[in-house]
Design a protein. Sequence first.
Length: 241
Amino acid sequence: MKNLLTVFIIFHFAIYEASSQSLSIVYEAYTIQTPEILEKIPELSEYNKKSYYSLNIYKSFSKFSRDSTFIISVPDINYKEVWNFEEIYKDYNADSWIRHSGRYKEGYGLEKKISHISESNNFQWRISQDKQVIAGMECNKAVSPKGYTAWFAPQLPYPDGPQHGVFNLPGLVLSLETPNSKWIAKDIIIHNKIVEVPKLKLVQNEREINLSYDEIRSLGAEKAIIIDKNTPKGKWITFKK
């Protein structure tokens, strides 16, 4: 079954490789506080934010990036979160997955094989007959024993989506709910922009390039957004250029 799905993915990307059309999908994301976390820090029930991400697809390439966050409420405690810059690039023809992150040393990126991530995920999806329309596209429901629920659009034959973006489903994931997060596509835009992977020194071991927590907290506003009780509420906050 895994081999058949891999053939399906390669076949569909071979078709769309010749197209000059590109897609941008805008996702709204929420964090779900699990009972385990709330038991340890009950005050986090008062923490509420939403964030926007974008997925740009061009031929066999894609780029998933954090864009902005909107703070609704933060508990009045000594709580601090760093929302760091992050981009994930995928080249399905080259079986390449690259993360460019504010958590890493400048000029470095983490590289993995998409096929290895797929095997590691091992979602074992069960596709149901349930359907719903998301961002104007009809989607099918898929459920994983890992506690993931995905809604994918068969009319958009890209094996991609939010978060790490490797789901092995026959269509683009437009909605995803995990045990601690929820993503839903708000808009789909057709354009002619290409996806270019930045020039980075690539490593396979994340520990080699990770910054310490104190180093991450000291990053400038172009790489990190600090969220605490003093962060402005009720407005979108973006990484400064």
